[in-house]
Design a protein around this ligand. Structure first.
Ligand SMILES: [Zn+2]
Length: 262
C-alpha cells in the first residue's frame, strides 16, 4: 500500500477531507483536517502495521487498516457507499483518495510528535523487516509466553499478524506452542531470515487477500495462493506430506504441521 501511495500521491495536494464516520479518526477530526487540507503529501512511510502520510510542514498522519480497511483511489464524482468512512479530495484531476472499512476497526491518528515519537508511544518493537537476531533474542528471552503469542505481540516485533506468523513458523519448523525463551540461537537467526523472506515475497505479490484486502488500485493480493499452512487444514504439508493441523494457540486459529513443527 505504501509503495502504491508513493507512486500515485507523492507531491499531490489534499484539497479537502470529509469524514462520514467520526470514530474512524482517533482524536480530533478538525486537527486531522488541519494536518492534511491544503498541504502536499511529500512522503509515505510504514512501520509495523502502520502507514504514515507525511504532509509538507505538517503533522504525520498514521493509518492502521486493521482487519478490513481499504485505501483506494476513486473517481471524484463517485458517491461514497455505506462502507466509505473518509474521503480526501486531491489536486489530481477527477480523482480522490477513499477509506473503506466494512468492520470499522481501522483508524486515522495524528502522530503529533513525529513518526519516531508515535512508534515509541505505541510501544512498537523493531520492524519485522529489519529486526536483528540479537534484538529478537533479547525480546523473546523476556517473556514466559509461547512463540506464537510473542511474535504476534507488536511490542516484540512490529508487523506480523496471524497469517504470516503461521507461515514463518512452518518455514522454520518450530511449534507455535514452544516457549519463546526456549528458542535456540540458530533458530532465532532462521526466524529473522524467514520473516524477511515471507514478507518480501508477500509484498512482491501485492499482499494476501483472505477477505477484504485490496491495494490502492482496488486489486486483490496474490500471496494467498502461496500460503503453505494458513487455512489449509487437512491438506498435505508441502515438506512432509502429513495433513496440516488446526488448533487455537494464543487465542488465534493456528495452522501447523505436527511433524515438521514438533
Ligand atoms: Zn510437515
Amino acid at each position: 500500500v505504501v509503495r502504491s501511495l508513493r507512486r500515485t500521491l507523492k507531491g499531490v495536494r489534499v484539497t479537502a477531507v470529509r469524514c462520514f464516520f467520526p470514530p474512524v479518526v482517533a482524536g480530533d477530526l478538525r486537527e486531522l483536517r488541519g494536518a492534511l487540507e491544503g498541504r502536499r503529501l511529500q512522503g509515505f512511510r510504514r512501520y509495523g502495521k502502520y502507514i504514515f502520510l507525511l504532509p509538507e510542514e505538517g503533522t504525520p498522519v498514521a493509518i492502521h487498516l486493521r482487519m478490513t480497511g481499504q485505501l483506494l483511489m476513486a473517481e471524484r464524482d463517485r458517491s461514497p457507499d455505506k462502507h466509505t468512512h473518509l474521503e480526501a479530495d486531491l489536486d489530481l484531476p477527477g480523482q480522490k483518495l477513499v477509506y473503506r472499512d466494512v468492520r470499522k476497526f481501522g483508524r486515522f491518528a495524528l502522530a503529533a510528535g513525529g513518526v519516531e515519537w508515535f512508534v515509541a508511544e505505541k510501544r512498537l518493537g523493531p520492524d519485522a523487516l529489519t529486526v536483528t537476531p540479537a534484538g529478537l533474542r533479547e525480546a523473546l528471552a523476556r517473556t514466559a509466553r509461547c512463540l506464537k503469542a510473542s511474535l504476534l505481540d507488536q511490542s516484540v516485533v512490529a508487523g506480523l499478524g496471524n497469517i504470516y506468523t503461521d507461515e514463518i513458523l512452518h518455514r522454520v519448523g518450530i511449534s507455535p506452542r514452544r516457549p519463546a525463551r526456549e528458542v535456540r540461537e540458530e533458530e532465532i537467526g532462521l526466524l529473522c531470515e524467514s520473516m524477511r523472506e515471507i514478507l518480501y515475497a508477500a509484498i512482491a505479490d501485492s499482499g494476501t487477500t483472505i477477505s477484504d484486502f485490496v491495494g490502492l488500485e482496488g486489486r486483490r493480493g496474490g500471496f494467498q495462493f502461496a500460503l503453505r499452512v494458513y487455512g489449509r487444514k487437512g491438506e498435505p504439508c508441502s515438506r512432509c506430506g502429513e495433513p496440516i493441523q488446526r488448533s487455537v494457540v494464543a487465542g488465534r486459529g493456528t495452522w501447523y504441521c505436527a511433524v515438521c513443527q514438533r
